[in-house]
Design a protein around this ligand. Structure first.
Ligand code: NAD
Ligand code: MG
Ligand code: MG
Ligand code: MG
Ligand code: MG
Length: 341
């Protein structure tokens, strides 16, 4: 089944220009959406709690900042860009009391709708505009006259115009310049969680860490292990990004390419396939989401313990030492350690 892809000509910017928009949150996605909506001639205000550190940044850009409750009260289109695990409480406290028939509720990730943590009333449109890139790239591309591809989905079409509205919103943040793919809340949510758990965040981090442990456990120097198992990942991923796995294999030595074929499937074997299936099942049946939300509701003890343990792994100390030697790359070691959070 080929994907349905929409471009600028398929979207009518005047639809979102005719709405009163609230962007709740001003983080990675929120700043990009709010600024690009404004630059596209949309009437937008940002909703942030009193005392939020993001307030000064939004105000410095000339955006009007009010509380999430006030923003939701003024708006007829509300884009929810607060962290997924706080959306449920922001919805209950600030959005639900202000929802009126004909309003539209938008998300950039389907988590809370897919798993039933937010259940909007029947009289509103519920849709998704999800850029397939971090917010800073979304904003940068928009400013250059380009865009980052987005996903759009409609979960509830009260007005009959929910998809046209989502496409209009996507156009206002540059998405239709690149291409917008139609999906569903279930597909976006389940594949997004699977990707980050099995490959992008969980899979790669675990693979790198186990490789580092295997080499250092066999007596090799941690610095050498770090280069081979972590640092060079970027070189390989850049090649895959540019030209698929095929370009990576074309670029590396024949020695490396033959090693890829002979050993890759011994490492990531049928046991890993079964484990990926189990991870996907726990996403689909909602049990992973329930575990995440229960921990967050309890003050995130499991999340914090895992974060602290991971930050204490020797691979991080080795990395800090080695990155200091590589001055030609602007590494950001503010990201290491808890001080930045
Ligand atoms: P973020 O953590 O970067 O920013 C969250 C913002 O919400 C901050 O401005 C914070 O001050 C604000 N906030 C926190 N608690 C709040 C509250 N109670 N009331 C109002 N504001 C509050 O978040 P993000 O990464 O931009 O994620 C937002 C949404 O976008 C999520 O649904 C996420 O899954 C989705 N998304 C993110 C990315 C990404 O690259 N970061 C990509 C696609 C989709
Ligand atoms: Mg995600
Ligand atoms: Mg090598
Ligand atoms: Mg080759
Ligand atoms: Mg984080």
């Amino acid at each position: 089944m080929a994907a349905e892809i929409y471009y600028d000509d398929d979207a009518d910017l005047s639809i979102v220009q005719g709405r009163t928009v609230a962007v709740l949150g001003y983080g990675s996605q929120g700043h990009a959406h709010a600024l690009s909506l404004r630059d596209s001639g949309v009437n937008v205000r940002v909703g942030l709690p009193e005392g939020s550190a993001s307030r000064a940044k939004a105000e410095a850009e000339g955006l009007r900042v009010v509380t999430p409750f006030q923003a939701a009260a003024e708006a007829d289109l509300i884009m929810v860009l607060v962290p997924d695990h706080v959306q449920r409480s922001v919805y209950a406290e600030s959005i639900e009391p202000n929802l009126q028939d004909g309003n539209a509720l938008l998300f950039s990730h389907g988590f809370n709708i897919r798993f039933g943590y937010i259940e909007p009333p029947a009289g509103v449109d519920v849709a998704m505009v999800a850029p397939k890139g971090p917010g800073h790239l979304v904003r940068r591309e928009f400013s250059k006259g380009r865009g980052v591809p987005c996903l759009v989905a409609v979960n509830q079409d009260h007005s009959g115009g929910a998809q046209a509205l989502a496409l209009s919103y996507a156009k206002a943040i540059g998405g239709t310049r690149a291409g917008v793919i139609k999906t569903t809340f279930a597909e976006e949510t389940e594949t997004d969680l699977f990707g980050e758990q099995a490959i992008l965040c969980g899979g790669i981090s675990a693979l790198v860490t186990m490789g580092f442990e295997t080499l250092t456990g066999a007596g090799y120097q941690p610095e050498i292990a770090y280069f081979e198992c972590l640092h060079e990942v970027k070189l390989i991923v850049d090649l895959m990004y540019e030209g698929g796995i095929a370009k990576q294999r074309w670029s590396v030595s024949d020695t490396a390419e033959y090693g890829d074929y002979t050993s890759g499937q011994k490492i990531v074997d049928d046991h890993v396939r079964a484990s990926m299936g189990a991870v996907l099942t726990a996403i689909q049946d909602g049990s992973w989401a329930a575990t995440f939300i229960a921990d967050q509701d309890a003050g995130a003890p499991d999340f914090k313990a895992r974060r602290a343990a991971a930050e204490g792994h020797p691979i991080e100390a080795t990395g800090r030492e080695l990155r200091a030697l590589m001055r030609w790359v602007s590494f950001d070691d503010d990201y290491t350690g808890t001080a930045s959070r």
